[in-house]
Write a protein that binds this ligand. Structure first.
Ligand SMILES: *Cc1c(COP(=O)(O)O)cnc(C)c1O
Length: 492
């Protein structure tokens, strides 16, 4: 399997694409064709999560040996997850919630970031790369901690995470600052997320920095969601959801299901699209947005336009105006036309908008889209809780609301899998207020205890350990000093 850039001018093997992250021409790597799943559903349904991960991922990462890929999978999906199922399904209020938050940071980014470091170090070995890989990441909260946990103590890697000192929640900050590991560094910058991200981009493209790194046996790489090493592992859990429903006789063999995904950067729902194109029986892919509804507008008007107000919402991991992974879908619906894709994304760059033609729009027929306002998100949490006692987080609630609205409007009665992307404990304040508007606890620990009582579940380990975990990181800097800070950390 060869990987090509969506903009046409870069071709790599799978392992090289993982090391590279973004293509040389600014495009995203896509497989030259979407592989078909040949094994019958009934047989696949016999496999556990790791066995299934192998069957799916081997079709994409064809230059990894069975032994290499199994080692990556076994290192990732082990008892760092708090359930043997890895991604269990819970039925509540007419839908199946695919819980992707049982990993070490209780959000779905663990599903890919637990395996990416192993894929990367294996890829380095295969390509005779002797240098240590240095991951630089700017984070507004969730990604930073998930990346830190994934790369922590993985030999041959270092990770440096930059976050806006006053721009993340207390829990998120504490989660990052208490991270252990000999190869992790966390830096608070006196600035906002955009400055952190721009700083990281500048360091990546700094020629002097690249040669300095090379002299000292280091090479930069990126762990963000455009890396195919994050995309491919995400395809696995959609298959896992379908096969679990089949095994438990909730659906018939071959019966199509709907999949509804709370969407930001379009990575998670793109993985569902790949599962469908591989042959998984899917009726509709439902793209759910919060008030930053640029994707809803795209699906309903054929125009992608980022020139609009930006809203800070209770589902912050979806507060995005440029959904990077959409470029891959655009490429597919052009009929694999890199010139057309490059033209549209050139327009996005210069005008902040692009419009697709009717021919391309036909490629979107398998999608539905909706959005939830802040009030609708909160009322959805309350409704699911009042109907069933099940507590969902704010991001999941956006999808849950959109699915409910879609079903009512369309009469579509297919079973629906909702991607449940974060534990309610991660956004406990918003969740408790949605259930009880008079709720006003401000102390994080009491909040967690109250939420545990309300939901009738244990407080996750990831939250409990924060109470006594020592602070291990204490570096701050101005945005303009990020480069010097990286040098200091690496000792170069
Ligand atoms: C990152 C994230 C999302 C959005 O996922 P994309 O792949 O960027 O669309 C949704 N919910 C949570 C909790 C997240 O952390």
């Amino acid at each position: 399997m060869i990987y090509k850039s969506t903009r046409g001018n870069d071709t790599r093997t799978a392992s090289q694409a993982i090391l590279k992250g973004l293509a040389q021409d600014g495009g995203l790597f896509i497989p030259e064709y979407i592989p078909k799943m040949e094994m019958p559903l009934k047989e696949l349904a016999e496999l556990d999560y790791r066995g299934l991960a192998y069957e799916v991922m081997k079709l994409y990462l064809t230059d990894f040996t069975e032994e290499e890929l199994m080692a990556c999978i076994n290192n990732a999906y082990d008892d760092k997850f708090d359930t043997e199922a890895i991604a269990p399904l819970t039925y509540a209020d007419g839908a199946y919630y695919l819980e992707l938050f049982h990993g070490p940071t209780i959000a779905f980014k663990d599903m890919a970031l637990q395996i990416l470091p192993h894929l990367m170090t294996t890829a380095a070995r295969k390509n005779d790369l002797k240098d240590d890989i240095v991951i630089l990441t700017a984070t507004s909260g969730d990604t930073g901690k998930a990346a830190l946990e994934g790369f922590k103590d993985v030999p041959g890697t270092r990770i440096i995470v930059f976050y806006p000192k006053d721009g993340v929640s207390r829990v998120q900050e504490k989660q990052m600052l208490t991270t252990g590991g000999e190869n992790t560094s966390v830096v608070g910058i006196y600035g906002n997320f955009d400055q952190a991200q721009t700083g990281v981009k500048n360091i990546f493209s700094d020629g002097d920095m690249a040669s300095l790194l090379e002299e000292h046996g280091f090479v930069f790489s990126s762990a963000n969601s455009i890396n195919i090493g994050r995309l491919v592992p995400q395809v696995v859990y959609y298959w896992h959801a379908y096969l679990t429903l089949l095994r438990e006789e909730k659906i018939a063999d071959g019966e199509p299901v709907n999949i509804c995904v709370p969407t930001g950067n379009f990575g998670n729902i793109l993985a569902a699209y790949l599962a469908k194109e591989m042959g998984m029986p899917v009726n509709k892919l439902i793209c759910a947005s919060n008030s930053n509804k640029v994707l809803y507008d795209f699906f309903t008007t054929e125009v992608y336009d980022k020139n609009r107000d930006f809203f800070v919402t209770s589902s912050p991991s979806m507060d995005i105006l440029v959904s990077s992974n959409l470029e891959r879908l655009i490429y597919f619906i052009t009929g694999d036309d890199p010139a057309k894709t490059a033209k549209l994304f050139g327009e996005l760059n210069s005008e902040g908008r692009y419009e697709i033609d009717d021919e391309m729009n036909k490629g979107l027929a398998g999608f539905a889209a909706g959005f939830a306002t802040e009030e609708e998100t909160a009322s959805e949490i309350a409704q699911v809780y009042n109907d069933t006692g099940y507590v969902i987080d704010t991001h999941t609630a956006v999808a849950s609301f959109v699915n409910r609205q879609y079903r009512e409007a369309s009469g579509d009665e297919h079973a629906c899998v909702i991607a449940s992307t974060a534990s309610p404990f991660k956004f406990g304040g918003s969740v408790m207020k949605a259930i009880d508007p008079s709720y006003e606890e401000t102390d994080d620990y009491t909040l967690a205890e109250d939420l545990a009582k309300t939901a009738g579940v244990d407080i996750p380990q990831a939250v409990l350990i924060l109470r006594d975990a020592p602070i291990r990181h204490d570096i701050q800097c101005a945005p303009e000093d990020m480069k010097d800070t990286v040098k200091k950390i690496l000792g170069i």
